[in-house]
Design a protein around this ligand. Structure first.
Ligand code: JFZ
Length: 446
């Protein structure tokens, strides 16, 4: 055996040991995370809530070209440092935002406390790279929104980027942030301490939060993020807080919900979620209203209200929440195209909310025709795209007592066939978004 080969086989053996250790540690970590009763209750609340408002807002909004502008243009750290001086959202009215979200039928809000530019939208004592210290506005945006959410009874989650294009200590660099003009050195542990410190501020100074939506770990997938330390700290500070991360992998121990970016659970349309399976955790999918997260002045590829409602319905049918995004303008207002769509969605959720809130994915497999949702012994059949007068459904677990059209309560004819149920569909209305029928099943035998 030559020296080279011996070296390789030693390192091969070492790799096997490492892999075994890794398996062992992750298996034991899985066992060491036991969600508290508060946390489990919050998960049920989350699954009942179904619909949330995602808000991407930061100093990047001033440039009107999305939240990635520092990377895409690119703008180095020195140039970007000029930006906060222009952030003066004099029309920011947290009460108006919360009222709009509630009018749309949303039950929670998830807002960027820090995006990839590292700029804290809250009053951080750990850096002056924050909204209070650096902007003419000088007010704690997260604090103002948190106070209003508590007042109006809607939960607030924070989106927090683990990836940071500003911090010198975010080193070694990952996939992005190479043109920011930072020195090629930095202390990764110091960065992680800083990140945990900011999260501690968020989960200490703003009352009860719904949880945290992490993002950016995908920038350095192989780095040691000491996730367990961070997650444990959050759960210790606020046991009910739900932790989720947009790492596009299967959930890690300590996570309480699983998210899918721009895809329904199990979908792979964007290529983002290729490695992800669908876990047993509460699920959430997020989507933009045009094609941008942060305010984008030229993006007019708006999705129709009907398509957005259908997305909510499809998500619910697949047992997932829908987190729908707005990128407010630099003046603090939400642009009229978004307000209009949210208001229209609200008319629908008001009329058809019974088939969504508190429901879970239904017993019939989702298909191009539509989905089912279920609450108790009621199964809701959502016909989204079907031009036939009848619809056959397999998988309904018990006998059906009655079927009615949710729109007006009129009864719907049905018959039981071998292996399923056939519904005689009521006529579609012009421009109908979703024909919803409620099936009352025989109660489950205990
Ligand atoms: C992430 C953010 O980068 C984005 O700005 C936005 O906040 C969205 C909700 O989440 O989106 C991603 C995540 C991963 C990749 C690209 C965009 N990726 O792996 O290239």
């Amino acid at each position: 055996m030559n020296a080279h080969f011996r070296f390789r086989s030693v390192s091969f053996a070492a790799a096997i040991v490492c892999a075994m250790l890794a398996t062992f540690t992750s298996a034991s970590a899985q066992e060491t995370y036991t969600p508290t009763p508060e946390n489990l209750r919050a998960r049920v609340w989350f699954q009942d809530a179904k619909f949330g408002l995602f808000i991407h807002w930061g100093v990047y909004s001033v440039l009107g070209d999305g939240e990635w502008i520092m990377e895409t243009r690119p703008i180095n750290r020195t140039g970007y440092a000029k930006l906060p001086a222009f952030f003066n959202p004099t029309k920011f009215d947290p009460a108006a935002w919360v009222t709009l979200a509630k009018a749309a039928g949303m039950k929670y809000i998830t807002i960027t406390s820090k995006h990839h530019d590292g700029f804290a939208m809250f009053n951080s004592k750990l850096t002056d790279w924050n909204v209070v210290a650096r902007t003419p506005y000088g007010k704690d945006v997260i604090g103002m929104l948190a106070a209003e959410c508590h007042k109006q009874g809607i939960k607030l989650f924070v989106y927090h980027s683990q990836l940071d294009w500003h911090s010198q200590d975010y080193f070694p660099r990952g996939r992005t942030g190479h043109r920011t003009g930072r020195p090629d050195s930095g202390n990764w542990d110091a960065y992680l301490n800083f990140m945990d410190g900011q999260l501690r501020e968020l989960f200490t100074n703003y009352g009860e939060l719904g949880g945290v939506w992490f993002d950016g770990m995908w920038d350095k997938p192989d780095a040691d993020w000491h996730l367990e330390r961070t997650y444990a700290m959050i759960h210790q500070l606020q046991p009910q807080a739900l932790v989720g991360s947009n790492h596009h992998k299967n959930p890690f121990p300590g996570e309480d919900f699983q998210m899918f970016e721009k895809d329904l659970p199990g979908g792979h349309t964007t290529g983002f979620n290729a490695e992800q399976g669908v876990s047993v955790l509460p699920l959430e999918t997020c989507e933009t209203m045009n094609n941008s997260w942060g305010f984008n002045i030229t993006d007019d590829r708006y999705k129709s209200t009907a398509d957005l409602i259908r997305y909510l319905v499809r998500a619910a049918g697949m047992n997932a929440n829908f987190l729908l995004n707005v990128g407010p303008m630099p003046n603090g207002e939400i642009q009229p195209e978004f307000v209009q769509r949210l208001t229209e969605i609200g008319k629908w959720t008001k009329q058809y909310g019974d088939s969504i809130y508190g429901a879970r994915g239904g017993p019939v497999a989702a298909g191009p025709w539509g989905v089912t949702t279920q609450r108790g012994s009621t199964v809701y059949v959502h016909v989204l795209d079907w031009n036939q007068p009848v619809l056959a459904l397999a998988g309904i677990p018990r006998a059906v007592r009655s079927a009615r059209l949710l729109r007006d309560g009129s009864s719907v004819e049905f018959s039981t066939v071998k292996g399923g149920l056939v519904l005689k569909l009521p006529e579609a209305q012009p421009e109908e978004v979703d024909r919803v029928m409620a099936l009352e099943l025989e109660p489950a035998k205990l």
